[in-house]
Ligand binder design. Structure first.
Ligand SMILES: [Zn+2]
Length: 228
């Protein structure tokens, strides 16, 4: 059964890999819903109720089933320019936000920040800049790092924006490895960290509990390894 991370008036469910549903009131914000063909996913696209879909970038393990979920729910996809154009061409409603831009929603705001990553859309075209996403839901601030290397910007985010919860990739290869993710967690200063991106495209096998044990034995940060 999907476990739920409850923080104030927000509920967070993990979809596996880098996917989440963040619920506040009647709003369900779906991030990077990679379900079809995903090793850790237990839900199907038709199971997902979404009011907004946010994408960090256009790799298939993040874009995933976003277009189908968008159509099923009449819910717009928010993404950076090139990726939003691609999703619109597939028939989805879209909201276009540049990296560095912020969009306001009924539930709060999402700022698309830099992620140290790049790549191609399924049709072979570039998807533009990859992003991390800083969500401000009023009562809770969540920073989803997306796919990225360790970067100085995390210090700025920790100092200025002060996230309560951070989703941090730990798989290595295209992302931070566990040791880099530990540094990122320290810089961000979020009280709760959820490790992501450790079930696919990793550098060897990656154990999220190794990350949890190292993080919790050296800091006061709580690590939640979530079950989809
Ligand atoms: Zn990825």
């Amino acid at each position: 059964m999907t476990d739920i991370l409850e923080y104030k008036d927000v509920k967070i469910r993990y979809l596996g890999h880098s996917g989440f549903i963040i619920s506040k009131g009647e709003h369900n914000i779906v991030i990077d819903p990679f379900l079809t063909g995903a090793p850790a996913a237990v839900k199907k696209p038709s199971d997902i109720r979404a009011s907004d879909i946010l994408l960090t970038h256009g790799h298939q393990d993040h874009l995933g089933d976003a277009v189908e979920i968008s159509k099923n729910n009449q819910a717009p996809i928010t993404a950076v320019t090139e990726l939003s154009v691609y999703c619109a061409e597939q028939g989805a409603q879209t909201i276009m936000v540049p990296v560095g831009g912020t969009w306001q929603y009924p539930w709060g705001s999402a700022q698309f920040r830099y992620a140290m990553h790049s790549g191609l859309l399924p049709d072979g075209k570039p998807f533009g800049q990859a992003a991390s996403i800083f969500l401000n839901l009023g009562s809770v601030k969540i920073y989803d790092l997306g796919d990225t290397a360790l970067q100085q910007d995390f210090k700025l985010v920790g100092e200025i924006y002060k996230p309560d919860i951070a989703f941090i990739p730990i798989g290595g290869r295209a992302n931070m490895n566990i040791n880099e993710a530990l540094i990122a967690a320290g810089w961000l200063g979020a009280g709760i960290v959820v490790p992501i991106h450790y079930d696919l495209y990793t550098e060897g096998s990656v154990d999220p509990f190794e990350f949890k044990n190292k993080l919790e034995s050296t800091t006061n940060i709580q690590c939640r390894v979530m079950q989809p």
